[in-house]
Design a protein around this ligand. Structure first.
Ligand SMILES: NC(=O)c1ccc[n+]([C@@H]2O[C@H](COP(=O)([O-])OP(=O)(O)OC[C@H]3O[C@@H](n4cnc5c(N)ncnc54)[C@H](O)[C@@H]3O)[C@@H](O)[C@H]2O)c1
Length: 364
């Protein structure tokens, strides 16, 4: 048991992610959630069942910003309130763990970046792939020279996950909401800025926004990439499956990873070493995020492994650019809205699917 005082925190937005932060912080001896804010009374009712007695439950975010005990705010509403909450965090001098994206559009995100530039609060963004053990293992392997020069970065994430119209409307089309994680990890591997790109998308089930997108292109340093992302992967199949991998191809060897959301398998094929490593997947890695952020507060500067606001803004900006590029090309539709209704019914009423949002008690 640590003798250090716990870090006092307020969570704003108590949906799927807000609940995950609470559960993580309840498990840790470093954190204490003093207050939870949500504008939805149903969400606060769920919080009342999970949070220790004495936790302030409020629909007024100002209660959290005005509480002098609270050092850190966790921002887990949808993106439409992010800029306002980040600006308030600066004004009230609260450190921040925030969900992505950092605004509902790139202008808001740039405004956040500017505002934070003049401030001394610590802010990290939940881009969990950056702290995942499998990506760190592969990066170390690449840095050791085992695959020669990194040349090709391939990333794929296709699951029967969040269906069109289920929620997250403020985060933009799927390739922005979820795809920005894969844009970010490609950028992280290449360690260079995006230079050129082409994107192709599909409007699955005739939904008005694309729900599958593939982008390929180059980085400034000559590395090439392809990123495929879609929650269009057999939602009505008897048994659900998915396809998530990275494939890093060098001039001499390769490193790759795939996972089944339970176990991740890393396969390293270098010039002197071949190794297969299987370990628990880790999901959102909130344990690592919270632990590194606690260390950062202790040292006064953000831990180098933690994602920064700039990383999230770049990922968001290029996810938008790839969507915009796809919009300039033929974007066919396949399937119909009736099939989408069947998918929603199976996911939301039968609770079968990946990445299910919390069930709403009331229909609004
Ligand atoms: N980093 C990741 O891997 C990851 C994964 C899933 C979701 N997310 C992000 O997390 C955020 C939340 O997603 P979610 O799945 O938890 O959504 P959700 O819809 O389950 O939860 C959002 C909650 O915020 C509340 N809320 C909305 N506006 C509010 C306000 N002004 N003040 C207080 N509460 C407010 C809603 O009532 C709801 O309870 C989204 O921005 C999403 O992009 C990130």
């Amino acid at each position: 048991m640590s003798s250090h005082p716990r870090i006092k925190t307020g969570i704003i937005g108590f949906g799927r992610m807000g609940e995950m932060y609470l559960n993580q912080m309840l498990k840790s001896h470093q954190w204490e959630v003093c207050a939870i804010c949500d504008t939805d009374p149903d969400a606060l009712a769920i919080a009342a069942n999970l949070a220790p007695s004495g936790t302030i439950l409020t629909s007024d975010e100002q209660v959290i910003f005005d509480d002098p005990r609270i050092q850190v705010v966790v921002l887990a509403t949808l993106a439409d309130f992010r800029k306002r909450h980040l600006f308030k965090a600066v004004e009230h001098h609260k450190h921040v763990i925030t969900e992505k994206p950092l605004g509902s559009n790139i202008e808001e995100e740039r405004a956040v970046l500017d505002k934070l530039g003049d401030s001394d609060i610590l802010v990290t963004v939940n881009l969990p792939l950056r702290t995942a053990w499998y990506h760190k293992t592969i990066r170390e392997f690449i840095d050791s020279g085992e695959i020669g020069e990194l040349a090709i970065v391939r990333v794929c994430h296709m699951t029967p996950g969040l269906a069109p119209g289920e929620g997250h409307w403020a985060e933009g089309p799927l390739f922005h909401d979820c795809g920005m994680h894969y844009v970010d990890i490609a950028h992280w591997y290449a360690q260079s800025d995006f230079k050129t790109w082409n994107a192709q998308a599909l409007r699955m089930w005739n939904y008005h926004e694309p729900w599958w997108l593939q982008a390929h292109g180059t980085f400034q340093n000559g590395i090439v990439f392809d990123i495929t992302q879609g929650h269009v992967y057999g939602q009505l199949a008897k048994d659900l499956t998915h396809n998530g991998y990275v494939d890093l191809i060098g001039t001499r060897g390769i490193a790759r990873m795939n996972h089944d959301f339970v176990t991740a398998t890393v396969e390293l094929h270098g010039v002197t070493r071949t190794q297969v490593i299987k370990k628990p997947f880790g999901d959102k890695n909130l344990d690592i995020l919270c632990s590194l952020f606690a260390q950062s507060l202790g040292s006064g500067s953000l831990h180098p492994d933690l994602p920064r606001v700039r990383d999230a803004v770049i990922a968001s900006e290029y996810a938008w650019k790839f969507l915009e590029d796809a919009g300039k090309h033929d974007m066919p539709a396949r399937g119909d809205l009736h099939t989408l209704e069947e998918i929603r019914e199976r996911r939301n009423n039968k609770r079968i699917g990946y990445g299910l949002l919390r069930r709403k008690k009331k229909t609004k």
